[in-house]
Design a protein around this ligand. Structure first.
Ligand code: TGC
Ligand code: FAD
Length: 400
């Protein structure tokens, strides 16, 4: 942590918004998890996040706190470093984190859904025991390498590859846009074997020929660190291959888990923008009246809370299906696409409603808005999710 970045006096004024009494659908455990994470965000994230975002620096010290509030793999079994809770608890935790900042939710999404989940789901017992407790406690930071410089929306085209060499594989290639890669201890990497079949490997920091340079110049997710993964004849022991999956369904299965969390998370960003716009409308006066007394302002606020409420109901139902093991990838795509677009729209409106103040770091809105420009792109773009829904309802594949 930079010495110059200290907790500022900025107070998080966020109040709870539950227009359709959705809290009544939640259990005591859900509410306890929500309140604990909300409190942690208010104390540990909100006071510092604007400064970290301004400096484009990741608050890596928060990894330990994220672990303590159970943000890493909330729905994975406790004996494997997870939280042992259900899918709705997982969603609510992501919502509270993203209410603070999408980058903080990203830290948890990657660690829990894209690193711990594949090791738990596709790994053997030895791998689970070796890595999951350290990841769950925040002692290890993980990252997930699927996207390549020339293969983003179409990961099936990846060129990163492994060659069999005795008791090791030789890994070559490069991954791009990898959240947490420069600070990660391990990377779950997807690569093609000599038959062209996609396999997952655990690559450890310090392996010869492996580097993870940071990508600079992002105007979005500035408090999250993003980098590349470069593999030049990296010798990876065969013991690091995830034995229980092959093919694109491996990484896509992890993405389903993470996209589900994002569908919940985006609501948090929207709620924070709505909360700020509502407060500002009740305080700020122009033409001798509060902004909230103008019909146009009321229309904006009414539409925001309507869309937020619809999104909340969508993920609550999705969570119920997920708890029953019935949520389909296409249903998850619909929720990710709808809720992120909704949050982006709410952020843009809220930004305007704060006038000039809306572009400053005095308020969280511009930061949320810029963050959401990444969220709408990563984990499958807005249009890719539209095509997944289109394919699901028509039966026709528009990708190929
Ligand atoms: P396709 O032939 O449709 O599928 C291949 C196999 O995968 C299965 N499958 C899934 N399984 C689980 N979950 C899903 N969501 C799945 N989608 C598909 C499918 O049944 C099939 O299985 P099998 O047994 O028949 O082999 O594959 P395709 O090549 O046609 O691709 C389809 C497409 C375009 C939808 C897919 O490639 C896609 O989703 N592209 C978007 C790529 C993407 O989302 N990348 C994200 C990278 S990671 C990231 O952004 C992290 S950001 C982290 C953060 O900071 O929060
Ligand atoms: P492209 O695939 O080149 O798409 C460009 C545009 O073309 C998009 O608008 C897309 O919708 C459109 N398009 C593409 N194909 C079609 C089509 N068939 N029909 C219509 N339109 C199409 N990846 C990881 O593996 N791990 C990570 O941790 C990770 N973290 C990320 C963090 C950040 C901040 C960002 C920005 C990205 C991250 N990504 C990560 C990568 C992310 O998943 C990709 O950026 C995303 O999947 C899109 O790929 P692309 O950027 O190559 O865009």
């Amino acid at each position: 942590m930079s010495n110059e970045i200290k907790k500022s006096v900025k107070t998080d004024l966020y109040e709870h918004h539950d227009y359709y009494a959705i809290d009544e659908l939640l259990t005591e455990d859900h509410l306890l998890a929500r309140d604990a994470v909300r409190q942690w965000v208010k104390q540990e994230v909100s006071p510092i996040i604007e400064e970290y975002a301004n400096k484009a620096e990741c608050p890596v010290h928060l990894f330990k706190g994220l672990a303590e509030v159970g943000a890493f793999g909330p729905s994975l079994p406790a004996e494997y470093g997870g939280g042992g809770m259900d899918e709705i608890a997982y969603g609510i935790i992501m919502q509270e984190l993203e209410r603070g900042d999408s980058g903080i939710r990203s830290m948890a999404s990657v660690q829990g859904s894209l690193v711990m989940y594949p090791i738990y789901k596709y790994g053997n017992e030895e791998q689970r025991k070796k890595y999951l407790p350290k990841l769950g406690s925040g002692e290890f930071i993980g990252c997930f390498g699927l996207t390549e410089p020339d293969h983003g929306s179409n990961p099936a085209g990846m060129v990163t590859n492994i060659r069999d060499d005795g008791d090791s594989y030789i890994l070559n290639g490069a991954k791009m846009w990898i959240t947490n890669s420069p600070v990660a201890d391990i990377a779950v990497v997807w690569a093609k074997d000599q038959e062209g079949i996609i396999r997952g490997l655990i690559v450890e920091k310090g392996m010869k020929g492996f580097s993870a340079p940071e990508i600079h110049g992002k105007w979005s997710l500035r408090a999250s660190v993003t980098g590349e993964l470069v593999f030049e004849d990296v010798r990876v022991p065969k013991a690091n291959l995830l034995p229980n999956v092959s093919g694109l369904k491996g990484p896509l299965g992890c993405l389903s888990k993470a996209r589900y969390g994002i569908a919940w998370g985006a609501i948090g960003a929207a709620l924070d923008c709505y909360d700020s716009a509502l407060r500002y409308s009740k305080e700020r006066e122009q033409f001798g009246r509060k902004l909230g007394q103008f019909q146009l302002t009321q229309k904006k606020l009414a539409e925001m809370i309507t869309e937020i409420t619809k999104a909340q109901l969508l993920v609550w139902r999705l969570g119920t299906l997920a708890n029953q093991g019935k949520a389909t990838p296409a249903q998850i795509s619909m929720a990710k696409r709808n809720n992120v677009a909704m949050a982006l729209e709410v952020a843009r409106e809220a930004r305007q409603m704060h006038g000039g103040m809306g572009i400053t770091s005095e308020y969280s809105i511009m930061r949320h808005m810029m963050n959401l420009e990444s969220v709408v792109t990563y984990e499958g773009t807005h249009d890719i999710h539209l095509l997944i829904t289109g394919m699901d309802v028509t039966g026709f594949n528009a990708f190929s």
